[in-house]
Design a protein around this ligand. Structure first.
Ligand SMILES: C[S@@+](CC[C@H](N)C(=O)[O-])C[C@H]1O[C@@H](n2cnc3c(N)ncnc32)[C@H](O)[C@@H]1O
Length: 301
């Protein structure tokens, strides 16, 4: 069995993965090996798990600014068995309840999660509990979203699912194996600089630039990711290009909405910028869930 993302994450790549894989650097496609892989916006890790299952990755560096997401990666890597025990208890308790009771249970766990005091520096049993809450909330909340309010509290409402799989034991074990040679870190994408050098392959999947003013899917963290952040990232991309690493970046294409929008064309001027067709899942407006273009920027051809 191949490892797959253990959370549903906005921006998870779905069918776009094939298109991205076709655009890997030639040395990876030919040698089936990635000596050094860096992913500074790892999220649910759709790209990482796909590559891990199909290529031999030497070492990898995965990071994201979401503290609880990275804590959960750490817990799975370190002690998937303990997590499975904790999570399956939560699952059994939840699934034997009626719909109304499940809703009550969801809000009670959300409250425990929001009020839990956590020391992110020192691993403890609290980490296992927190990782279990994090996965539970992801699997049972509305649309699998992760959204924090301005106080940093998780505020996604209950989602109605008939039979949610909360504890996918087999996958968690596979994920643990896939994480064996990874370095994990929480923080801003610039922190990955120390791992990026000649010979690294870097995949950037930053929060999308909203396609219109009503679709904000950028609140994975309380700080958000605005146009200034996109510019900061483009500067970082240029800097890393100078190190001889192979870089791939994907983002939403503002031209889907406004033909005249040249935001990314200007930011990534001089690089290999392509528009490819992709299906997007997470969009509040169902009528917009169809095919739209996605941008892929590479510093190689
Ligand atoms: C589009 S998602 C990545 C989705 C991922 N590729 C997947 O397969 O699920 C963007 C990620 O960037 C993270 N993020 C937002 N701002 C960031 C920052 N300044 N530095 C690092 N990560 C950030 C979010 O927490 C989110 O997980």
């Amino acid at each position: 069995m191949a490892a797959k993302p253990f959370v549903k994450w906005a921006g998870g790549k779905g069918q776009l993965l094939v298109e991205l894989e076709n655009r890997l650097p030639a040395y990876i496609l030919q040698g089936k090996t990635i000596p050094r892989y860096v992913e500074p916006f790892v999220g649910g890790g759709a790209m990482f798990f796909n590559l891990q299952n199909r290529y031999k990755i030497g070492e990898s560096f995965l990071s994201d600014c979401n503290e609880d997401l990275i804590l959960t990666y750490e817990v799975i890597k370190g002690d998937a068995k303990e997590l499975i025990m904790e999570l399956s208890e939560i699952e059994v308790f939840h699934l034997k309840k009626s719909e109304d009771e499940r809703k009550e249970n969801y809000y009670s766990i959300r409250e425990s999660y929001n009020s839990q005091e956590i020391d992110y520096q020192t691993p403890s049993f609290q980490w296992i509990k927190r990782a279990a809450y994090f996965i539970f909330l992801n699997k049972t909340c509305f649309n699998g979203l992760y959204r924090l309010n301005s106080k940093g509290l998780f505020n996604v409402p209950f989602g109605r699912y008939k039979n949610p799989t909360i504890c996918d034991e087999k996958n968690l074990i596979e994920v643990q194996k896939a994480l064996k040679n990874t370095n994990l870190a929480q923080g801003d994408f610039t922190g990955s600089a120390e791992y990026i050098k000649d010979g690294s392959f870097v995949y950037f999947d930053p929060p999308y630039r909203p396609l219109n003013k009503t679709s904000h899917f950028t609140s994975y963290s309380k700080d958000g990711f605005n146009d200034d952040s996109q510019k900061r990232l483009a500067d970082f991309y240029r800097e890393m290009d100078g190190r001889g690493a192979k870089l791939m970046l994907s983002n939403s294409d503002p031209k889907n909405q406004d033909e005249g929008d040249k935001f990314f064309d200007e930011l990534y001027n001089g690089f290999n910028l392509e528009r490819i067709s992709a299906k997007r899942n997470i969009n509040r407006d169902a009528s917009r869930r169809g095919k739209i273009n996605e941008l892929v920027v590479r510093n190689y051809s």
